[in-house]
Design a binder for this molecule. Structure first.
Ligand SMILES: NC(=O)c1ccc[n+]([C@@H]2O[C@H](COP(=O)([O-])OP(=O)(O)OC[C@H]3O[C@@H](n4cnc5c(N)ncnc54)[C@H](OP(=O)(O)O)[C@@H]3O)[C@@H](O)[C@H]2O)c1
Length: 348
């Protein structure tokens, strides 16, 4: 397999850390762009061939400087909630953090790749992303994905989408794009099972919760990473978007119950209807950390499940079940920390 010079935006996050580790093992040279290099020293700098660079990826000049010399770009930047929300009197995905990170950034990244003649761009979208989806998160992700799709060399066949008006683009210089649309991703260091466990341990007796019937199909981070790594050099994935799901569908309530069975708590989960759920979310979204927002609830109003089996059919990956992985990291902490310590010792 060819080795590449790969630049990852959002490479310091949960998925990015796993991806960087795999790319490093594959002998690739990896540059991770972050807003805070110091925060990522322990986690990433120890990996051979990985450099972590502090840069403002939203600044066209800074981005161009960092992407120069790379032949593959991977964009993983994404947020679940906005600190600066969109305007109330306009579609909410516009003019806030969702627009900045999910729409304008993909546009800038595609534009910069086109400008520098970088041939390959992999983009992280989300299952259910849709320009006319029910939440600002899903709409902004959908528009960003559409921008990436149209920036690829097959864009002429894909028609135009009227949200795409913007600065003149430099696409069409042979950029090969692939988007990935995972359901909720689990694995060591995730914000899903780990956050449930934290919530269940910290709240006594019972937890009132909306969206417990929402369906999802959790996919293992290492399976997602395998799809990314394979797709870099696989021509059949050029210009395509892939839905990534685990082997089984669960409701949110079932996943909470499963988490309880692993960590040994017995809280009653009290399902809330739409009205009370929204009321609860409208309070919680004002608290630090924004555990739950009304926009999150709108995302949960559509099932987050796959109708295709892209992991198996395209990448020949047999999706891993939560039961084979989650007990390992919810019960026992620090397997990744142990692995990194081992690498550190080997290099010393
Ligand atoms: N985790 C899931 O269950 C899941 C499911 C579907 C789709 N996705 C998508 O997968 C991608 C990665 O998810 P993740 O779970 O790894 O997320 P994460 O752990 O929250 O990491 C997000 C990354 O984005 C960067 N970032 C966040 N806000 C930014 C901003 N304003 N400007 C520049 N960079 C910013 C962060 O970099 P620094 O803080 O270092 O600057 C971080 O590396 C996202 O696009 C997400 O929407 C995730």
């Amino acid at each position: 397999m060819a080795t590449h010079k790969i630049c990852i935006l959002g490479g310091s996050g949960f998925v990015g850390r796993h991806l960087a580790e795999r790319l490093s093992q594959g002998g690739h040279s990896v540059r991770i762009l972050t807003r805070n290099r110091e925060r990522n020293r322990e986690n990433l700098l120890v990996l051979p061939g990985v450099e972590v660079v502090e840069a403002d990826v939203h600044d066209p000049i800074a981005l161009e400087k960092q992407l120069e010399g790379c032949n593959v770009v991977i964009n993983l930047v994404g947020i679940l909630n906005e600190n600066k929300p969109g305007r109330e009197d306009y579609p909410p995905e516009r003019h806030g953090d969702f627009e900045k990170n999910h729409i304008e950034l993909p546009r800038l990244v595609a534009n910069t790749c086109g400008h520098l003649g970088i041939p390959r761009l992999l983009h992280m979208s989300a299952l259910g992303a849709n320009p006319i989806g029910p939440s600002a998160y899903l709409r902004s992700k959908g528009i960003g994905e559409e921008i990436i799709r149209q920036s690829g060399e097959n864009s002429a066949e894909m028609g135009h989408f009227n949200y795409l008006t913007g600065p003149k683009l430099l696409w069409g210089r042979g950029l090969k794009v692939t988007s990935f649309r995972p359901s909720v991703i689990f694995g060591e260091g995730d914000r899903f099972f780990n956050r449930f466990a934290q919530l269940l341990r910290s709240i006594p007796f019972f937890i009132p919760m909306a969206g417990t019937n929402a369906k999802m199909q959790p996919v293992w981070v290492e399976d997602v990473v395998s799809a990314y790594v394979q797709s870099i050099d696989d021509e059949k994935t050029y210009g395509k978007a892939y839905d990534l799901c685990g082997p089984k569908v669960y409701t949110l309530g079932e996943l909470m119950a499963y988490t309880q069975s692993l960590i040994g708590t017995h809280r009653a989960i009290v399902p809330l209807g739409n009205f009370v759920g929204n009321l609860q979310a409208s309070i919680m979204e004002k608290l630090p950390g924004k555990v739950l927002t009304r926009d999150n609830l709108r995302s949960l109003s559509v099932d987050n499940i796959c109708t295709r089996k892209d992991l198996a059919d395209v990448f020949h990956i047999q999706a891993t079940a939560i039961e084979s992985v989650v007990p390992g990291y919810l019960r026992k902490k620090g397997a990744r920390a142990e692995r990194l310590a081992e690498i550190r010792n080997r290099r010393a």
